[in-house]
Write a protein that binds this ligand. Sequence first.
Ligand code: HMG
Ligand code: MG
Length: 317
Amino acid sequence: MIEGLPMAVPAPGLPARVRIHEVGARDGLQNEKAIVPVEVKAEFIHRLADAGLTTIEATSFVHPKWVPQLADAEQLMPLLADLGGPGVGLRLPVLVPNERGLERALAHGVREIAVFGSATESFAKANLNRTVDEALEMFAPVVARATEAGVRVRGYLSMCFGDPWEGPVPLARVADVSRRLIDLGCDELSLGDTIGVATPGHVSALLAALNQAGVPTEQIGVHFHDTYGQALANTLAALQHGVTTVDASAGGLGGCPYAKSATGNLATEDLVWMLHGLGIETGVDLGRLTATSVWMADRLGRPSPSRTVRALSHKES
Ligand code: HMG
Ligand code: MG
């Protein structure tokens, strides 16, 4: 074992490679009360790219009053021009809720967007000021126009396991809204455990229900928040089901401003430690990534909640 790296011991039935969809700069920062300077956001994203992450969600083109932290999307995108260009190979998706958001994103040459629906009415109202059906109606022209422009579309679905207002969410309800997002033309679906209440058996059952509803595993990513410490166990359940796209946030930053009790996402470092320990390739340099999260924690003025960041950075000091 090399200091700072897990010993790789593969387990049967798991994928050889996982694509990490890094959400720290968007999901991670959107909840921060103090506005992070745009230059710091740009440096954060460059550091994440240097650490080997290839899909880095950059920001959101939402209403600036709804998410003030990301009101600088127009200022940020030009600072990332060197990363998103042809031939660089980096994917820099942005969140877009409606046609207004799409227009803003297209004006900045964005090549990948994400719409974000909800499996529950309460969160659809809180997050988008729409019912579930109205939100899907709002997304329809966004997905169609984006696809026509050759822009890749991810469909997030929030509250796939439990909802802070409505409690447990039935599998059939999640499968139904998932199917409708895929039918709109989303290339990929990301299953959000927005408040982190899922457990591994629930994850397996939901993935099976989605397959039964006609959503293939290849189109599914998982997006776990770590409120109850279940995110890694849930990820392993998803990998065992064949999922190869996993969302995570550097340093475990995060939360959702419109969901009570949402805490940070699964920390990318914790995920990478497990994946590399299983002999699964990610392309990520764990040392560089940890250094980035320590740097970001200094900017935010509080330590990273990631266990791996804490373990590795204590070793360094
Ligand atoms: P609304 O108030 O219903 O907006 O908000 P509207 O459609 O009635 O429009 C009102 C005004 O806003 C209009 O201006 C629009 O032009 C303007 P006016 O004509 O009055 O001058 N407007 C915009 N301006 C800039 N950019 C836009 C835009 N849209 C409208 N895109 C809306 C509806 C969807 C806009 C609002 O609810 C919103 O922005 N919500 C975003 C909330 C959000 O970003 N939440 C966090 C991300 S989701 C998440 O974190 C979960 C996830 O991580 C997965 C998981 O964990 O589960 C993805
Ligand atoms: Mg989230």
